[in-house]
Design a protein around this ligand. Structure first.
Ligand code: ATP
Ligand code: MG
Length: 714
C-alpha cells in the first residue's frame, strides 16, 4: 500500500486518498491526472472500499483502457479483467450486449463505423430519389450524429424551414433503416444505452447500485449526451471522480462542451476541486513554450505549470522549401536520433490533418525507417478485411444490408448493378432486408442472387460450432475471397492481411465475460468496429509513431516533431474562418501537441506544400511567433538544396519538371479505385508507355501503367 502512494506529490496524494466524495482534478498537461485516476482506483480497491465489480472508469481510447487495466494489475493484487474500464462507446456496447432485448436490438447487432454509415446514407438517398447535391451525404451524417449527440431523435428534432424538414425526414428514414438492419452507428451506441437506462427503472437501479465509484479521464471532451449518461449512472449515490484540463479540449466539433466541466464542478465537485501544477513530463523549455502559447487564449479556467526538470534542450525549428524538403529533414534527424540510441517508438510525428502523412510516409519508406500510422488506413478498414468481415457479419445477421451489398457480388458472380437496384426497390417496398427480398427476384437475377444466399446459408451451417479462428478461415476460403486474391496480380499483400485477420481471431480473447451473449464471433466483430480507428496491421516493434494531433491526446514521447506548422494548415483554415472560438480551439490543439514531448521538440513548416492535388504557398504558423525566440534553435539550411534532389522532384515550381502525363506530376496525390490514395513518387516512359510509381502507404508501392490505371487527382 505504501508503495502505491509513494512517488505522489502532496496534491496528488490528497486527490488519490480523498474520502468517498465527488471530486474534480483540474490540471494541466503532464501533471499526473491519468496517473492519479489510476492510482485512486487501486487505492480504493486495496483499502477494501470497493471491489473490482463496483468501479466504472471511462477512458478516452481503447488503448488507454488497456494501459489502465494493465497498470492496475501491477498496483493491486487482483485480476482486473472483467472490470468496467473502457471508452464511452465500449462501455455502452457492453451494456447493450448484455441487455439487447430490453434495448430492442437483435442479439447479434452490428456496429456501423463512419464509412459504413456514409455508405448507408448514400444508399438511402438513392432509394428515396433524393438529390445528393442538395443533401450531401457527409453533411447528413453530421446532422444525424450531431442530433444524436444532443440526445435528440428524429421525432423530436426541431424543424424551422423546408430544408431542415427534409433533413429530419431523412434522419427518420435512416433510423428506420438501421432498425430494420439491426445495426447501430457510434452515436447510437450511446443514445440507445442512455434511453435504455432512462426508460428501464429496474435496470437503471441495478447499475446505479452496482457502481459506487465512477471515474472519468479527459472530462473536458465529454459531450452533452455523455455527461447525461454519467449523471444517470451516478444517480444512485455513486461518487464521481473526474480529471481534465480545459486547455486540452479539442473535440468541440464533435459536440464536446467544456461547459460540462464547469457544470460538474458546480453540481458535483463543490469544494473538492484539486489543482496539480507540477509537470513531470517535459523539460523546462518545452513547458515554457506551451505556457506561452496557451496564455493567448481568453476562455481559460487558468493555471500555470512548472517543472523541477531543468530547461533541457532548445526547441528546434526548421523551415523547408517544400513539404518534401521538410520530410527529408525530419527523416534525417530521426535516423540520427536512432543512431544515438533513441528508441523509434519514443519518436512521434504529429500532423494536423491525416492527408499530411503521405509525404512523410513516403520518405520514411524510401529510407527504410519502420513506422506505424495511427488512424491512417486502418487494418479493420482495408478492403479485403472489410469483405471478410462482411461475410462474417451476414452469418450473424443476414439483415445487415451494408454487409450484403459489400459482398453480394464480390468475388464477382455476374450480378449486375441493375439487378441490385431492382432488389433495393423491392426490399424498400416490402420494408424488408435485401437478404429477405432476394427470394422474390426472378429470372437470371433470381438465380445469381439466389446462389449467393445459398452460399451464405451453407457457410453458416458449415461453421456452426467451430472455434472462432476456424470460422474466419473457413469463410475466407469458401466465400471465394482467398481464391480471388490468389489470382489477382497485387493480391499477395491482401492475402497476408486476411491471414492476419485469422491471427487476430486466434489471439482475440473474449475477456468481456458479461457480453459474451452473442458468442465469440459477435464480440470479435464488435472489436473490429470499435477499434477500427486504433489498430494497425503488423503492429511493429521499433517503429516511429505517426498520428494526428487529435489522436496523440494523453500520450507522451521522448521526441516529438510537430509538422506542417503553416497558416491555413495549423491553425487550420476552416477553424480560422470561424473566428476567435475556432482559433482558440486550434491553439489548444497546439498546446496538446507541444506538451506530448518529454525531452526534445521539433517544429517544422514548409514554404510550399502539395495538398489535395494543389501546390499551396505557405506562411509559417502564427503559433510559432507565440513562442519566445530565446527558446528556439533555428536549423534552416543556408543555400538552395537543388543538387541534393533528384531531377524529377517538382514542387510549386521550385524545381521545375514537366508533367509526367495526363496532367499528373511527381509529388501529386492521386486516388486509385483499388489501392486508395497514394503519392506519385517516380515516373518513367512517355506517352502510351508512361508508368508511375505510387506509394499507397499501407497498400505498398506500386508501378502502374498510366494508360490503364485510372488515377484521379485528389
Ligand atoms: P495529459 O494532460 O497529457 O493527459 P496527465 O495529467 O494525465 O497528462 P500523466 O500522463 O498522468 O499526466 O503523467 C505524465 C507523466 O508524469 C507520466 O509519465 C507520469 O508517470 C509522470 N508522473 C506523474 N506524477 C508523477 C510523480 N509524482 N512523480 C514522478 N512522475 C510522475
Ligand atoms: Mg492524461
Amino acid at each position: 500500500m505504501s508503495d502505491l502512494l509513494a512517488n505522489l506529490n502532496t496534491p496528488q496524494l490528497q486527490a488519490v486518498t480523498l474520502p468517498s466524495v465527488h471530486a474534480l482534478v483540474l490540471a494541466g498537461a503532464g501533471s499526473g491526472k491519468t496517473r492519479v485516476l489510476t492510482t485512486r482506483i487501486a487505492w480504493l480497491m486495496s483499502t477494501g472500499q470497493v471491489g473490482p465489480h463496483g468501479v466504472l472508469a471511462v477512458t478516452f481510447t481503447n488503448k488507454a483502457a488497456k494501459e489502465m487495466t494493465a497498470r492496475l494489475s501491477t498496483l493491486v493484487p487482483i485480476n482486473p479483467r472483467g472490470m468496467w474500464i473502457g471508452t464511452f462507446h465500449g462501455l455502452c456496447n457492453r451494456l447493450l450486449r448484455a441487455h439487447y432485448r430490453e434495448a430492442g436490438l437483435p442479439q447479434t447487432f452490428q456496429i456501423l463505423d463512419s464509412a459504413d454509415q456514409l455508405a448507408m446514407v448514400k444508399r438511402l438517398l438513392k432509394n428515396l430519389n433524393v438529390d445528393d447535391e442538395k443533401y450531401p451525404p457527409r453533411e447528413l451524417c453530421h446532422f444525424i450524429n450531431a442530433h444524436k449527440e444532443q440526445g435528440v431523435r428524429a421525432a423530436q428534432a426541431e424543424v424551422y424551414d423546408n430544408y431542415t424538414e427534409k433533413r429530419v425526414e431523412l434522419y427518420a428514414e435512416y433510423e428506420n433503416q438501421c432498425n430494420r438492419e439491426g445495426v447501430v452507428d457510434f452515436a447510437e451506441l450511446l443514445l440507445r444505452c442512455y434511453e435504455l437506462l432512462q426508460r428501464n427503472e429496474p435496470l437503471r437501479k441495478h447499475y446505479q447500485a452496482r457502481f459506487s465509484y465512477i471515474l472519468v479521464d479527459e472530462v473536458q471532451d465529454t459531450n452533452k449526451l455523455q455527461y447525461a449518461w454519467l449523471k444517470l449512472l451516478a444517480g444512485g449515490g455513486a461518487k464521481v471522480f473526474a480529471v481534465g484540463d480545459d486547455d486540452q479540449s479539442i473535440y468541440r466539433f464533435r459536440g464536446a462542451e467544456v461547459g460540462n466541466m464547469r457544470d460538474f464542478e458546480r453540481e458535483y465537485a463543490g469544494d473538492n476541486v484539486i489543482r496539480l501544477e507540477q509537470n513531470y513530463r517535459s523539460h523546462g523549455n518545452i513547458l515554457t513554450a506551451a505556457n506561452a502559447i496557451i496564455k493567448n487564449n481568453r476562455e481559460r479556467l487558468g493555471k500555470n505549470l512548472w517543472t523541477e526538470a531543468g530547461d533541457g534542450e532548445p526547441i528546434r525549428c526548421f523551415e523547408g522549401y517544400s513539404d518534401l524538403d521538410e520530410a527529408r529533414f525530419i527523416v534525417e534527424e530521426i535516423r540520427e536520433l536512432v543512431r544515438d540510441g533513441v528508441s523509434p517508438t519514443q519518436i512521434a510525428l504529429l500532423y494536423r490533418s491525416n492527408a499530411q502523412s503521405r509525404v512523410l510516409e513516403n520518405e520514411l519508406f524510401t529510407k527504410n525507417v519502420p513506422y506505424k500510422v495511427y488512424g491512417g488506413l486502418r487494418f479493420f478498414e482495408r478492403q479485403e478485411v472489410k469483405h471478410a468481415l462482411a461475410y462474417l457479419r451476414l452469418l450473424g445477421n443476414p439483415d445487415d444490408d451494408t454487409a450484403f451489398l459489400r459482398v453480394v457480388n464480390f468475388p464477382t458472380r455476374g450480378i449486375g448493378a441493375r439487378s441490385l437496384e431492382n432488389l433495393q426497390v423491392t426490399a424498400h417496398q416490402m420494408n424488408s432486408s435485401l437478404y429477405n427480398a432476394a427470394a422474390s427476384l426472378t429470372g437470371k437475377a433470381g438465380q445469381t442472387v439466389g446462389a449467393f444466399i445459398r452460399l451464405v446459408e451453407t457457410l453458416r451451417q458449415e461453421t456452426a460450432g467451430l472455434p472462432l479462428p476456424e470460422v474466419v478461415e473457413h469463410v475466407i476460403e469458401k466465400s471465394g475471397l482467398a481464391q480471388h486474391y490468389r489470382t489477382e496480380k497485387e493480391g499477395q499483400e491482401r492475402l497476408e492481411n486476411l491471414d492476419e485477420l485469422i491471427n487476430a481471431a486466434a489471439t482475440f480473447i473474449d475477456d468481456e465475460g458479461a457480453i459474451g451473449e452473442g458468442g465469440a464471433l459477435v464480440s470479435f466483430l464488435t472489436l473490429a468496429s470499435l477499434e477500427a480507428g486504433e489498430h494497425q496491421a503488423g503492429e511493429g516493434q521499433g517503429a516511429v509513431q505517426l498520428m494526428s494531433v487529435h489522436s496523440a491526446k494523453g500520450l507522451e514521447f521522448d521526441v516529438v516533431f510537430i509538422t506542417g506548422l503553416e497558416q491555413g494548415l495549423f491553425p487550420h483554415e476552416n477553424a480560422v474562418s470561424e473566428g476567435k472560438d475556432g482559433l482558440e480551439e486550434e491553439r489548444r490543439l497546439m498546446y496538446v501537441a507541444v506538451t506530448r514531448a518529454r525531452r526534445r521538440l521539433y517544429l517544422s513548416c514548409a514554404q510550399t506544400r502539395m495538398l489535395h492535388g494543389q501546390t499551396r504557398y505557405c506562411m509559417p504558423s502564427g503559433f510559432l511567433d507565440e513562442i519566445p525566440e530565446s527558446l528556439l534553435l533555428k536549423l534552416n539550411k543556408k543555400a538552395a538544396p537543388a543538387p541534393a534532389y533528384p531531377a524529377y522532384v517538382s514542387f510549386g515550381g521550385v524545381y521545375a519538371e514537366p508533367a509526367v502525363a495526363g496532367g499528373l506530376r511527381v509529388g501529386q496525390t492521386v486516388e486509385h479505385a483499388k489501392f486508395g490514395v497514394g503519392v506519385i513518387v517516380a515516373s518513367e516512359g512517355r506517352g502510351a508507355d508512361a508508368r508511375v510509381q505510387i506509394n499507397f502507404g499501407a497498400s505498398g508501392m506500386k508501378w502502374l501503367a498510366l494508360e490503364y490505371a485510372k488515377l484521379t487527382p485528389v
